[in-house]
Design a protein around this ligand. Structure first.
Ligand SMILES: Nc1ncnc2c1ncn2[C@@H]1O[C@H](COP(=O)(O)OP(=O)(O)OP(=O)(O)O)[C@@H](O)[C@H]1O
Ligand SMILES: [Mg+2]
Length: 255
C-alpha cells in the first residue's frame, strides 16, 4: 500500500443550530492511500457528505484530526486551508455547479486564475487538454445549457483537475444523471485515477458506482461500519477506457 495521503483520526462532527445539536459523525478513523479510488456509501443521512466536507477542507470537525499529505490540517488558519484546497484538492458537485455564462473552457480554467494570472496562457492550454481528456475537446466553446448533464459533469471533472490536484472529491457525481451518462462519468473518473494516479474519494448511493472503486467505505448513522475491500479489479471500467465520450452526441459546430 502506498503512503496514506488522507488520515482521519477519531473525527466527530456535531452540527449546532442554536440550542439544537445534530450529531453527524462519531469517531471516524480511516486511512486512504495515495492512488486509491474510494467510494463512501451509506443511507441518506448517514454522514457521507459530512465526511467528504471534512476531508476536503470545506468544513472543520468538532473533534479529532485530519492529515492530508502528512500535514495536520484541522487547525490550520482558514487562509492556509483555502490555498491548500485551491492548489491540491479538486471537488466535483452533484449538481455540476458550472457558471452558466462561461463556456466549458472558461469554466475549466477559472480555478487556475484564482491562483494568479502569471501562467494564464499555460492554464488556457491545459484547460483544452483536460476537456480532450474527458472527451469534450469539440465542445470547449459551448455553454453549460448547450451540454447534456453527463457532459456538464465531465466539464466539472476537468475543472476539478485544472490545478493538478493530488486528491479529487466527488459527492454523488452521478446522482442527477441517467445510467448511461452516469457510467460515462464513472469511467472518466476511473481512467483519470488509473492514468494519472490522482486519489479519488467519491460518495454514491448506487452499487453500480461502487463497482468502480478500489475500496468501499460504509457509513451508518455517522459511524464507519465496514472497511472491507471491493472487487480486486474494477469490473466496469473496461469498455470506455479510451472512449470516455459514449454519451457525447456527434459534436456540432462550436457556438
Ligand atoms: N449544515 C447542517 N446543519 C445541520 N445538520 C446537518 C447539516 N448538514 C447535514 N446535517 C445533518 O447531519 C446528518 C448527516 O448528513 P449528511 O448530509 O452528511 O448525510 P448524507 O449521508 O450525505 O445523506 P444524503 O445521502 O441524503 O446526501 C443528517 O442528520 C443531516 O440532517
Ligand atoms: Mg449527501
Amino acid at each position: 500500500m502506498n503512503d496514506p495521503i488522507i488520515v482521519v483520526e477519531n473525527v466527530s462532527k456535531i452540527y449546532r443550530l442554536g440550542a439544537v445539536s445534530v450529531p453527524a459523525l462519531f469517531e471516524v478513523t480511516l486511512e486512504i492511500a495515495s492512488g486509491e479510488m474510494v467510494c463512501i456509501m451509506g443511507k441518506s443521512g448517514s454522514g457521507k457528505s459530512t465526511l467528504l466536507r471534512q476531508l476536503s477542507l470545506i468544513d472543520r470537525p468538532s473533534a479529532g484530526r485530519i492529515l492530508l499529505h502528512g500535514q495536520e490540517v484541522t487547525h490550520l488558519a482558514e487562509r492556509h486551508r483555502t490555498l491548500l484546497r485551491l492548489s491540491s484538492l479538486g471537488y466535483v458537485f452533484q449538481e455540476y455547479a458550472l457558471i452558466p455564462e462561461l463556456t466549458a473552457w472558461e469554466n475549466v480554467f477559472l480555478p487556475a486564475m484564482m491562483l494568479g494570472e502569471a501562467r494564464a496562457a499555460a492554464y488556457r492550454r491545459r484547460a483544452h487538454d483536460l476537456l480532450e481528456q474527458v472527451g469534450l475537446g469539440e465542445r470547449a466553446r459551448h455553454r453549460p445549457r448547450e451540454l447534456s448533464g453527463g457532459e456538464q459533469q465531465r466539464v466539472a471533472i476537468a475543472r476539478a483537475l485544472i490545478n493538478s490536484p493530488t486528491i479529487v472529491f466527488a459527492d454523488e457525481p452521478t446522482a442527477n444523471l441517467d445510467s448511461i451518462a452516469g457510467a460515462t462519468v464513472m469511467q472518466t473518473l476511473t481512467r483519470l485515477n488509473r492514468d494519472t494516479g490522482v486519489t479519488i474519494v467519491f460518495v454514491s448511493h448506487d452499487p453500480d458506482d461502487g463497482a468502480y472503486a478500489s475500496r468501499l467505505v460504509h457509513l451508518g448513522d455517522g459511524r464507519l461500519i465496514d472497511l472491507g475491500p471491493a472487487a480486486d479489479t474494477p469490473a466496469a471500467d473496461t469498455p470506455a477506457a479510451d472512449t470516455p465520450a459514449a454519451d457525447t452526441p456527434a459534436a456540432g459546430g462550436a457556438s
